[in-house]
Design a binder for this molecule. Structure first.
Ligand SMILES: NC(=O)c1ccc[n+]([C@@H]2O[C@H](COP(=O)([O-])OP(=O)(O)OC[C@H]3O[C@@H](n4cnc5c(N)ncnc54)[C@H](OP(=O)(O)O)[C@@H]3O)[C@@H](O)[C@H]2O)c1
Length: 353
């Protein structure tokens, strides 16, 4: 293979990093490409799971002696601390790497300081290479660490006129099997799935990640969270089965907000402490409205079916705005057909700091 530029190597490292999606929490996605002194790729790695080797270590092991005098291209600043594995900075120094190219610096105070350590050891460090893509690839983790709470994606399925159930309460199935398969893939990328007790009482959902064709469960299941002020979740609810871990979050455990219901920022703080970095809020309209009103939603994914209902509850109950000037402003970033439906992705222009 010929030599590649550090820019090309960073593009490759970002692709590698994405392979860890859904399995690295509470750690970030990280990819690393090692170039020898002539710029040829001699090692590649990504962080596959928490507790497993970091991307740099995998790439260094592949490169062996060929790393000496070479360049490490890493999507995230190499860690500087001893957690479940040793600091990557020391491994890079020991390997004799001459230069380290970093996409994004690490906002995690525990792991930060890698750049200074490398520079102090005489290594040339370049920051901010393809930083926009590197940041986008790790958006959920970076946002979670900066805010000290999980990155929250609100997902809903509705008719084109925004109804999530008919007037008589029936709602299965508004969207197609293709859209539901897509939702299971989305669930597979997060650490927790959150619903209100209203959804459990109405639909008795499983909230697992599974193959819809044969019902088989994915190996890794997100934590199922039911937000349930008074503990009304029935003992025989499907979310309480053994298929995945479940937490029924009550006021007694989490504390109450001003409305006497489960305190939502406190709930997210507990989830963060438990290692949840990305969570999928699956409704229903009352809980989703409350999270949006609190400015706690980072991303919206709507599945829209080419159907109309007219009467029936809307995807959102009260989300705060009383007049049009208070509207929650979003920006569309993606619209993808999924079977007969549309998957629409949007980001609120403003969430809490
Ligand atoms: N199409 C879709 O995407 C979709 C998704 C989900 C649900 N649904 C539909 O939504 C309907 C259920 O709607 P829902 O709005 O009653 O369900 P929900 O939003 O899942 O649950 C609402 C309940 O959550 C509890 N809660 C606890 N803390 C809260 C807080 N801080 N703020 C707000 N609520 C809090 C409240 O009950 P307590 O006061 O007892 O705690 C509240 O009544 C069903 O018909 C279901 O089919 C549709």
């Amino acid at each position: 293979m010929g030599s590649v530029s550090t820019d090309e190597a960073m593009r490759r490292a970002i692709v590698l990093a994405a392979r860890g999606l859904g399995t690295t929490s509470p750690n970030p996605l990280v990819g690393c490409v090692l170039l020898d002194s002539r710029g040829e790729i001699v090692g590649e790695g990504f962080h596959a799971y928490a507790g497993g080797p970091h991307a740099e270590i995998v790439a260094l092991a592949q490169a062996g002696e060929r790393a000496r005098g070479g360049t490490a291209v890493v999507t995230l600043e190499p860690c500087n601390h001893t957690g479940r594995t040793g600091p990557c900075t020391q491994a890079l120094i020991r390997a004799g790497v001459r230069r380290v190219v970093v996409g994004v610096t690490d906002p995690n105070p525990v792991a930060a300081g890698g750049v200074e350590t490398l520079r102090a050891a005489g290594i040339d460090v370049e920051l901010g290479v393809r930083s926009v893509e590197a940041e986008a690839g790790n958006l959920a983790w970076l946002t979670a660490v900066r805010r000290g709470r999980p990155y929250l994606i609100w997902k809903y399925a509705a008719t084109l006129d925004g109804r999530i159930a008919a007037a008589d309460g029936t709602s299965m199935w508004i969207t197609s099997e293709a859209a539901r398969i897509d939702v299971h893939a989305l669930r597979g990328t997060v650490d927790a799935v959150i619903v209100g007790v209203g959804t459990v009482l109405a639909d008795d959902p499983r909230l697992t990640v599974r193959n819809l064709r044969d019902g088989s469960l994915a190996i890794r299941q997100p934590l199922r969270v039911v937000v349930d002020s008074e503990g009304r979740t029935p003992a025989d609810a499907r979310v309480r089965d053994a298929a995945a871990p479940t937490w029924v979050a009550t006021v007694d455990e989490v504390g109450a907000g001003p409305d006497g219901k489960v305190d939502l920022p406190a709930l997210l703080a507990v989830l963060y402490q438990r290692g949840v970095r990305a969570a999928l809020l699956e409704g229903g309209p009352i809980l989703a409205g409350a999270f949006l009103a609190a400015g706690l939603v980072d991303k919206v994914v709507g599945y829209l079916a080419p159907k109309l209902l007219g009467a029936g509850p809307a995807a959102l109950a009260d989300a705060g705005p009383r007049t049009i000037s208070e509207v929650i402003d979003l920006e569309f970033t993606d619209i993808t057909p999924v079977g007969p439906d549309l998957r629409v992705t949007a980001f609120p222009r403003k969430t809490e700091g």
